[in-house]
Design a protein around this ligand. Structure first.
Ligand SMILES: CC(C)CCC[C@@H](C)[C@H]1CC[C@H]2[C@@H]3[C@@H](O)C=C4C[C@@H](O)CC[C@]4(C)[C@H]3CC[C@]12C
Length: 438
């Protein structure tokens, strides 16, 4: 999103009004809009990858729910369900950071800086509260495409053999009072020791509060967590006034398998509440509630987010996000609108020059740690393979599209068409990385 230069905070309401007017001619690309500088976030969108692991202990929790070697079938089954619950809890715990943190820390939803092609963001989390069971978790993310913007990430906890990877992009439309955003991409979580994997889809969202110049995100629709053991969590989101009259509401139902999802009565467990606050859990399909004495599932306000540790700027590579955007971020924090405009233009022009030079030389920018995998080429081979691909198996179990459809699209839905190319982390490339250090 471009920035309009403005010199005083007194002009804020005028520039907000012209921003709202510009929405009338919106072409679907959020980044082509001229946003008033006071709604810019002083971080690049690539940094949002960190929100997947602000509770590393929850990310690895399922790895500690392993059956003992002599466990009987009932114990094995119970632990399998408990792992589905652990993954569901971790996912619910990511939502507050993903969708509320700018509103909480910056006083309203803000527009992130649009990452440059090849921009990277890396960091780590130490074991929270010196819990030796968690160990170090690292984050590696890369801007793999600029048109359309796509960010890929990988989060690794070697001690727990826990590997999360994914990528995301957005497509937006405007309605009378909100900006509606569909997410593209998905996340894949693997517990290698357990030989278990999970496919996680990303919910649609909309931005409200535009008229009053106090934008905030509300999730909507459905997202899924499909496990390789068959269990599937179906999460439905709603805003103020739909399920409960409260903002950020959700209802998650865990089913034995995808077929069971056809009737909500089949839910084995139901979780209900606010993803930014408290949620409750009960057995079966009845809606749990604190008033019914149901058990607390997760309290998003109780635990502080664990922020990723990033090297000081002096030690950063020229492709690292905070190094690229340092001057712009400082100007945003100080409200120096002219400097924001100048420094952003420098970066954008430099990028345009680079792309022109590549075009003249007949070369394409090469991604650093992620490869674009075309699943159309893989389907036939995978059927014969001893080691089937996790994404293909999980989309088959969950009846989800393998195509580049809005995240969470079902097979045979109107979106289930086109390419089936998805960004995948290449661990070898990361292990051979010699210039960029955590
Ligand atoms: C104030 C408003 C008019 C500016 C528009 C900003 C717009 C581009 C931002 C607003 C919310 C952003 C979402 C964010 O809430 C969370 C995520 C999850 C993360 O994993 C991937 C990025 C995404 C979808 C952000 C994309 C940019 C959004 C829509």
């Amino acid at each position: 999103m471009a920035t309009s230069a403005s010199t005083s905070t007194g002009s804020q309401s005028t520039s907000w009004t012209s921003f709202l007017k510009s929405l009338a001619t919106f072409n679907g690309d959020l980044y082509s809009l001229t946003a008033p500088p006071f709604i810019l976030a002083p971080i690049s969108l690539i940094e949002y990858s960190q929100y997947w692991s602000e509770h590393p202990e929850l990310l690895v929790a399922a790895n500690h729910l392993k059956p003992a070697e002599d466990a009987v079938q009932d114990e094995i089954d119970l632990l399998t369900l408990q792992r589905q619950l652990a993954v569901t809890k971790w996912f619910i715990a990511t939502l507050r950071s993903q969708y509320c943190s700018r509103s909480e820390n910056l006083g309203g939803e803000k527009n992130p800086l649009n990452p440059t092609l090849g921009e990277v963001f890396v960091g780590k989390w130490d074991s929270p509260n010196d819990d030796t069971k968690v160990g170090e978790t690292i984050l590696v993310s890369e801007q793999v495409s600029h048109h359309p913007p796509m960010t890929a990430y990988s989060i690794i906890n070697k001690q727990n053999e826990t590997y999360l990877q994914g990528y995301n992009g957005i497509r937006a439309t405007i309605s009378a009072t909100s900006i509606n955003v569909k997410q593209f991409g998905h996340a894949l979580l693997e517990y290698k020791d357990l030989q278990e994997s999970y496919l996680i889809t990303l919910p649609p969202l909309h931005i409200e509060g535009l008229i009053s110049a106090s934008p905030f995100v509300e999730l909507e629709g459905t997202s899924y967590i499909q496990s390789s053991n068959g269990y599937i969590t179906v999460i439905e989101y709603s805003g103020r006034g739909y399920f409960s009259g409260k903002k950020n509401s959700f209802k998650a139902r865990i089913y034995k398998d995808q077929i069971s999802t056809l009737n909500k009565e089949n839910a084995i467990i139901t979780i209900n509440g606010q993803w930014s606050d408290k949620s409750y859990i009960s057995r079966g399909s009845t809606t749990p509630h604190s008033k019914n004495g149901d058990e607390l599932f997760y309290d998003a306000q109780a635990l502080d987010a664990n922020h990723v540790i990033v090297k000081p700027l002096e030690e950063q590579h020229e492709l690292e996000s905070r190094k690229i955007w340092d001057k712009v971020a400082e100007a945003i924090k100080k409200g120096e609108y002219e400097t924001i405009y100048q420094q952003k233009s420098l970066i954008e022009n430099n990028q345009r020059d680079l792309r022109k030079k590549e075009q003249l030389a007949g070369i394409n920018w090469e991604t650093r740690w992620f490869d674009l995998k075309d699943y159309e080429d893989w389907i036939a081979e995978d059927e014969q393979s001893q080691n089937p691909d996790a994404f293909l198996s999980l989309t088959s179990l969950s009846n989800l599209s393998i195509h580049n459809a809005p995240s969470g699209s079902l097979k045979s839905s109107k979106y289930d068409e086109g390419d089936a190319k998805h960004w995948r982390f290449n661990l070898n490339k990361w292990e051979q990385e010699s210039e960029i250090k955590i």
